[in-house]
Ligand binder design. Structure first.
Ligand code: HEC
Ligand code: HEC
Length: 219
C-alpha cells in the first residue's frame, strides 16, 4: 500500500506539471461557462449521444464508441483538447472537438459526469477472476502496477485518471493494444498519456482481454 500511494503521488506531480501550461487558458474557459445557453448545451449533448449512446453509455457498432457517462470532467476536457492539438489521433473526434468553444467544452464535461446508466456489459465472463486480480494487484513479474492504484478501487477514476468502470470491453482492448499509435502523438508536447504508455506496452493480449472484461462489467 505504501508503495502504491507513493507511486500515485509521483504520478499526480507529473500530471500537475504537464498540465500547468494550460491553467491560464482553462481559467478563462471556466469563466465563460455562463455564456452557453441551456438550449445550445442540449443540442450539442444530443449530437454527442448520436454516437456515444442515448445516456452516454457507449455504443457497440463496427467501431466501439466509448462510454462517456460518469467520466471524470478533467479527463474529458484533456482528451477533447488532445484531439484538437493532435496529441491524440482520431479524425472523427478531431472534427467534432475543434469546433467546440472553450465554454461549451467545459459545459459538456459536467453534463456527462452526471449520467449514470448501467454498463452495456456482454464481455465474456470466463476471465473475470484473472482480470480482477490484474486490476487489484498488478502483475509483479512484468512490472505492471495495480490499475486500482491510479484508476481507483472501484475504477471510478479521479481528475485526469479516467473512469474505467462500465467502459466498453472492445474499446478498452483497442486502446491498450494501440496506445503508441494513438496517444502522445505530439512528441514535443508530452502529456498524461506517457503515464499509461509502459503499462499498456507490458500487458500481453490475454491479460488485456481479461482486465478489459473485468472493468467493462463494473457499475
Ligand atoms: C460521429 C461520431 C461521434 C460524435 C458525434 C462524437 N464522438 Fe466522441 N468519439 C467518437 C469515437 C469513434 C471515439 C473513439 C476514439 C478513439 O477510439 O480513440 C470518441 C471518443 C471520445 C472521447 C474520448 C473518450 C475516452 O474514454 O477517452 C471523448 C471525451 C469524446 N469522444 C467526447 C465527445 C463529445 C463531448 C461529443 C459531442 C460534442 C462527441 N464525442 C461526439 C465518435 C463520436
Ligand atoms: C500510474 C498510474 C496508472 C496506472 C497504474 C494505470 N493507469 Fe491507466 N491511465 C492512467 C492515466 C493518467 C490515463 C490517462 C491517459 C491520457 O491522458 O491519455 C490512463 C488511461 C487508461 C485507459 C484509457 C481510457 C480511455 O477511456 O481511453 C485505459 C483503458 C487504462 N488506462 C487502463 C489501465 C489498466 C487496465 C491498468 C492496469 C493494468 C492501468 N490503466 C493502470 C494512469 C494509470
Amino acid at each position: 500500500m505504501i508503495l502504491q500511494s507513493s507511486m500515485r503521488t509521483a504520478v499526480i506531480v507529473v500530471v500537475a506539471s504537464v498540465s500547468t501550461f494550460a491553467l491560464a487558458q482553462d481559467k478563462a474557459a471556466h469563466d465563460e461557462t455562463a455564456h452557453v445557453s441551456a438550449q445550445e448545451l442540449k443540442a450539442k449533448t444530443d449530437y454527442c449521444k448520436t454516437c456515444h449512446g442515448i445516456d452516454g453509455q457507449g455504443f457497440r457498432g463496427s467501431y466501439p464508441m466509448p462510454r462517456l457517462a460518469g467520466q471524470q470532467p478533467e479527463y474529458i476536457e484533456n482528451q477533447l483538447k488532445a484531439f484538437i492539438e493532435h496529441r491524440r489521433n482520431n479524425p472523427v473526434m478531431f472534427n467534432v472537438a475543434h469546433v467546440l468553444t472553450p465554454a461549451m467544452l467545459v459545459a459538456l464535461t459536467s453534463e456527462f459526469k452526471n449520467l449514470d446508466p448501467k454498463p452495456l456489459g456482454s464481455a465474456t465472463k470466463a476471465n473475470l477472476i484473472e482480470g480482477k486480480k490484474i486490476y487489484e494487484d498488478g502483475i509483479a513479474s512484468a512490472n505492471v502496477p495495480p490499475c486500482a492504484s491510479c484508476h481507483g478501487p472501484e475504477a471510478k477514476g479521479d481528475g485526469q485518471f479516467p473512469r474505467l468502470a462500465g467502459q466498453l470491453n472492445d474499446y478498452v482492448i483497442r486502446k491498450l493494444t494501440n496506445w503508441d499509435k494513438e496517444r502522445g502523438q505530439d512528441k514535443a508536447n508530452p502529456d498524461s498519456s506517457t503515464i499509461m504508455q509502459p503499462i499498456a506496452h507490458d500487458l500481453t493480449e490475454v491479460q488485456i482481454r481479461a482486465v478489459a472484461a473485468y472493468v467493462s462489467q463494473l457499475d
